[in-house]
Design a protein around this ligand. Structure first.
Ligand code: ATP
Ligand code: MG
Length: 271
């Protein structure tokens, strides 16, 4: 009964998920016994060493990869049920490390394209773009081509494109890791402004403990080989958060200490 209520009351539930890559003869376990729930509007960061399966989890949740054992529920509905997955995943957007915009189109046309795919009525496109570009601090940039923008500006357009289609869930895979720290800070703060306004559920993959501390409500900390969640860290740091505050510094230290102890453990010690 408790199991059912967890699924019904969560935006995302992942139950006993295991994932292997490779052939039948040479299988390698990538994810082991992954089990968690995320509430609507929560900001979750996934923190783990390279290769522990963070991107793989996003692929499984988004329905891009359906080859796993276990169950994934969105709004209480099973994602792995092929008949419903298309409808479910339409309510999600995915942001990658690179902005993945269409460089031969203008900013406005990139956003129009997303609105068209989401079947938003054409009469609403102009106002949606103006509002969204204002939120990401790109007012007046509608007619610029993507190749005319800086890396940071392109990331802002990618955020605008993710939010403009009004998804319930946004999956973000190290979206700011290629940016310099000052630009990344400014974009993170914009992201939090929009997240607070729209109350979206976000799963955000990062290698950066400070980024996770600044952004998250909870941090899922992974060990590798195979990828397992070792700690569900509750980040109660009050919002809005300031990079230079003592509170953020202290919480970040705690996060780093916990994380280092997880990745420093030898998994085979007790095997
Ligand atoms: N299509 C695939 N076929 C075989 N192995 C794969 C495939 N995709 C990923 N892997 C392996 O699965 C493991 C997890 O990969 P994944 O990309 O999820 O890691 P990650 O935690 O996102 O790493 P990073 O932080 O470097 O992005 C890695 O060992 C990777 O080599
Ligand atoms: Mg990855």
């Amino acid at each position: 009964m408790e199991y059912v209520s967890r699924i019904i009351n969560s935006k995302i539930t992942v139950c006993e998920l295991n994932k292997y890559f490779g052939t039948q003869e040479k299988k390698r376990q990538i994810l082991k016994d992954i089990d968690f729930s995320v509430k609507e509007g929560e900001f979750i960061c996934l923190l783990g060493p390279s290769g522990c399966g963070k991107s793989t989890i996003l692929n499984l949740i988004s329905g891009l990869d359906m080859d796993y054992s276990g169950k994934v529920f969105i709004d209480g509905q099973l994602v792995s049920n092929a008949r419903t997955s298309v409808e479910l995943t339409r309510r999600m957007t995915y942001l990658f490390q690179e902005p993945r915009l269409l460089p031969w189109l203008t900013v406005e046309k990139n956003l129009f394209f997303a609105l068209k795919c989401a079947k938003v009525p054409k009469s609403d496109w102009k106002s949606a773009v103006t509002e969204m570009l204002h939120l990401v601090h790109l007012d007046g940039m509608e007619k610029h081509y993507i190749h005319e923008l800086s890396g940071g500006m392109q990331h802002r357009v990618a955020i605008a494109r993710a939010f403009i289609v009004n998804p319930d869930i946004i999956l973000m895979d190290e979206p700011f890791s290629a940016l310099d720290e000052l630009t990344a800070r400014s974009i993170r703060s914009t992201l939090l402004d929009i997240w607070r306004r729209d109350c979206k559920t976000i799963l955000f993959v990062t290698h950066n403990a400070m980024e996770a501390t600044y952004l998250s409500d909870r941090i899922f900390m992974f060990s590798a080989n195979p990828g397992e969640i070792e700690e569900f860290y509750q980040n109660d740091l009050p919002r809005p958060r300031q990079y230079e505050s003592d509170e953020l510094f202290k919480t970040n230290q705690e996060v780093v200490t916990k994380f280092m102890s997880i990745i420093g453990r030898d998994k085979n010690e007790n095997a």
